[in-house]
Design a binder for this molecule. Structure first.
Ligand SMILES: [Zn+2]
Length: 368
C-alpha cells in the first residue's frame, strides 16, 4: 500500500513479480492466482526446536562433542565411515548403533513442517525437496508423492546386494534391539534407504529437478546453502519466480535477485508471521496440533534431554553428507549415476576418506 514501487527508484531495480519484497506483498502474491506452484526446500538441521543453524555446518570432528567420543567408542576409523557403504559392508554395527538414536518416531515435526502440509492442503505445493532423512515432512502429513528426499530416508529399506525390500516392522525391531537385519533371500545386509557416501542419489531426485522451472514461488527454510546440490537448486528457478529465504541469516545468493524475499529469524516464528499475514494461522495451529501424537514413546527411552542432545549430534554428523554431495552442475534427467563422494577436506583433515572405495584407509582400523 502506497509503497510507490511502480516508480523507478534509482537505487533499486524494478521487481518482476512481487509488489514489494516484504511480508504483506509476499502474502498477497501467495493468495493471488499467479502463485499456483510452490516448491519448498526445508533444510532444517534443527530437528529439535531450539537448535539453531546459525553456526553453519557443525564440526562433528570436535573432540568436545559427545558424538565424537561415541564414535570413537565404536572404533570407527573416522566419523564419516558410519555413513560409508564400503565400511558398512564390512562393519554395519556402528550404523545400527546410531540408527537406534536416529530412527524416526522420536521427534515431533516442527511448525515449519506443518506449514509445508498446509501449503499442500491449500493446493499450492508442487514439490518439497528435502535433504533431511528424518521423515518429519511425511510425519507432518505431506503426502509421499510430494516429497523428494535427496538423501533418501528411513521410510523404506532394502538388501544392499539383491535390493529386495525389507519389512518395515522387522527393521524397527532390529533397530530397537541394535541387531543387524539380513536379507531373507540372499542373507545380504539390509540398510535403510539413506544415501551413503559412495551411493547414487535417488532417481526421483534427479528426475524432479526440472520441476523447479515450473515453480511460481520457491521457499527455502533453514540452511547454510553452502551445501550441494541445494545451493545449486535454488538458482534453477526462473528469474520471475520469487525466492523466499526463511533463515536466521542471509545466505547464498539470496537478495541478488530483485524478487528475493528475506525473512530472517527462526523458521517456526517466521512461518507463523507469514501465516498470520495470510490469515492461515488457525489452520497452521490445527495441523501442528495433529502432530502431537507423532512421537512413538518407548518405556525404556532415555530422557528427552539426552535424546535431544544425541539427535543433534547425529544431525551434525549427517550434515557431512550434505557437505559432500557432488552433483553435476546441470544433471540430465536421465543421469542416475551421480554419487555422493566422501567429504573432501577443506581444512587438511587427515582422516578424510577417499570417495567410494576406501579399503586402504579403513583397513588401518582393523586388527592386522
Ligand atoms: Zn538380498
Amino acid at each position: 500500500m502506497g509503497s510507490g514501487n511502480c516508480r523507478k527508484h534509482a537505487q533499486r531495480p524494478k521487481l518482476v513479480t512481487l509488489e514489494n519484497t516484504d511480508l504483506p506483498s509476499l502474502a498477497q502474491y501467495i493468495k493471488s492466482n499467479k502463485c499456483k506452484n510452490i516448491v519448498l526446500m526445508p533444510i532444517q538441521r534443527h530437528i529439535i526446536s531450539g537448535v539453531s543453524t546459525s553456526a553453519g555446518i557443525p564440526d562433528f570432528r570436535s573432540p568436545e562433542t559427545g558424538l565424537y567420543s561415541n564414535l570413537a567408542r565404536l572404533k570407527l576409523p573416522y566419523p564419516e565411515a558410519v555413513f560409508e557403504i564400503g565400511y558398512f559392508r564390512r562393519n554395519p554395527v556402528p550404523f545400527y548403533t546410531l540408527a537406534q538414536e536416529l530412527y524416526p518416531g522420536k521427534f515431533r515435526p516442527t511448525i515449519a513442517h506443518s506449514f509445508i502440509r498446509l501449503l499442500h492442503d491449500k493446493g499450492l505445493l508442487l514439490k518439497c525437496f528435502t535433504q533431511n532423512i528424518d521423515t518429519l515432512e511425511r510425519r507432518a502429513g505431506v503426502p509421499d508423492e510430494k516429497i523428494i528426499e535427496a538423501h533418501g530416508s528411513f521410510a523404506a529399506q532394502r538388501c544392499i546386494d539383491c535390493q529386495a525390500p525389507y519389512d518395515d516392522f522387522l527393521i524397527k525391531v532390529h533397530i530397537k534391539e541394535k541387531t543387524i537385519p539380513r536379507c531373507d533371500g540372499c542373507r545380504g545386509l539390509v540398510k535403510p534407504d539413506i544415501v551413503f557416501f559412495g551411493e547414487s542419489l535417488p532417481e526421483d531426485f534427479i528426475e524432479s529437478i526440472p520441476l523447479l522451472q515450473q515453480a511460481d514461488l520457491l521457499i527455502v527454510m533453514g540452511t547454510s546453502l553452502t551445501v550441494h546440490p541445494f545451493a545449486m537448486l535454488a538458482g534453477l528457478v526462473e528469474t520471475k519466480c520469487p525466492r523466499v529465504l526463511i533463515n536466521l541469516e542471509e545466505v547464498g545468493d539470496f537478495s541478488h535477485r530483485t524478487d528475493d524475499v528475506l525473512l530472517l529469524g527462526r523458521c517456526d516464528e517466521m512461518v507463523r508471521e507469514l501465516c498470520q499475514e495470510l490469515g492461515w494461522e488457525e489452520d497452521l495451529d490445527e495441523l501442528w496440533k495433529d502432530t502431537e501424537n507423532s512421537i512413538e514413546k518407548d518405556e525404556d527411552d532415555e530422557d528427552d534431554e539426552d535424546r535431544a542432545e544425541l539427535a543433534n549430534e547425529i544431525a551434525s554428523l549427517t550434515s557431512a553428507i550434505e557437505q559432500s554431495l557432488s552433483i553435476a552442475k546441470t544433471p540430465p534427467p536421465s543421469s542416475t549415476k551421480t554419487t555422493i563422494d566422501s567429504p573432501k577436506s577443506e581444512n587438511d583433515v587427515k582422516e578424510t576418506p577417499e570417495p567410494k572405495s576406501s579399503s586402504n584407509k579403513t583397513d588401518t582400523s582393523q586388527e592386522k
